[in-house]
Design a protein around this ligand. Structure first.
Ligand code: C5P
Length: 256
């Protein structure tokens, strides 16, 4: 199969040149990494599930007016996206204490936070994506003040929308990470949501049992990683009940 020019290879995705100007093809790999790639594995079917889940979330967010890079899904592992200049920040929104916040501040995992908390990390693998403040961001011009306003407002809207969406299917949205990019169109520049939204980038717990349905299953060696991801896809109505146990690579409609 002839391949388009590769633009960038990340830990879980590859970006290829798109068919039209200002577009890219985002390919979802089965590779899983954690702790800044110290831990690695290949999880059969993870890329297929994340492609579908991210398509679903971006489409729904677009439907409520949250601008994002998603154009259309091309096949099982690829989606057509708008080309953006990535803002070098990871925006983390937390509703419940978990992960690095629990470690850093000594707050027990599972503690409901008094309000949604937005954190920023610098996207820099060599430094381990350190937490940074808005002071750092302004001083080093990683994002402009008006972009920061937009990033925070959009992230909180995403949180409100996704918290409700997941609650409706029995899932607690504990926290998640977003990335944004600058999209250039007709001499205009605006900030849009980019990257992916999937169980790789969100903490998702069953509302009743607190069972983890996200990448913590991989990080913490709990097993059943792709089974948990397909459970999320099933609850969202992306895959049917009967397909859950099936090889996810065979998800029907994947070639649509
Ligand atoms: O590890 P930490 O607790 O800071 O992660 C917060 C949230 O951000 C989690 O949902 C995690 O999956 C996500 N995250 C991510 N990519 C990173 C760091 C965190 O998707 N590089």
């Amino acid at each position: 199969m002839s391949r388009k020019r590769m633009i960038y290879e990340g830990k879980a995705k590859i970006l290829y040149e798109g068919p039209e100007p200002n577009t890219l093809i985002q390919y979802f790999k089965d590779d899983a990494t954690a702790f800044n790639a110290e831990k690695k594995a290949v999880l059969d079917g993870k890329g297929v599930l994340n492609n579908r889940i991210s398509e679903f979330m971006m489409t729904r967010l677009g439907g409520v007016g949250i601008p994002n890079h998603f154009i259309k899904r091309l096949n099982m592992r690829e989606q057509l996206i708008k080309k953006v200049e990535i803002i070098p920040l990871e925006v983390i929104v937390r509703n419940v204490a978990a992960g690095t916040m629990s470690k850093r501040l000594g707050i027990a995992e599972g503690t409901q936070l008094p309000r949604a908390i937005v954190e920023f990390c610098l996207k820099d693998d060599a430094l381990g994506d350190p937490l940074v403040s808005e002071e750092h961001i302004a001083a080093f011009s990683w994002a402009q003040p008006h972009e920061m306003d937009e990033l925070i407002a959009l992230s909180l809207r995403v949180n409100d929308f996704m918290s409700g969406l997941f609650a409706g299917v029995g899932i607690k949205l504990v926290d998640f990470k977003l990335e944004f990019g600058r999209f250039f169109e007709n001499d205009m520049q605006r900030v849009i949501l980019a990257d992916e939204i999937s169980p790789d980038s969100c903490r998702l717990w069953d509302l009743e049992t607190n069972e983890k349905l996200d990448k913590d299953r991989f990080r913490r060696d709990l097993g059943g990683v792709t089974e948990a991801y397909s459970e999320v896809a099933r609850r969202l109505g992306i895959i049917k009940e009967s397909q859950q146990g099936a090889n996810v690579v065979d998800i029907s409609g994947a070639s649509k």
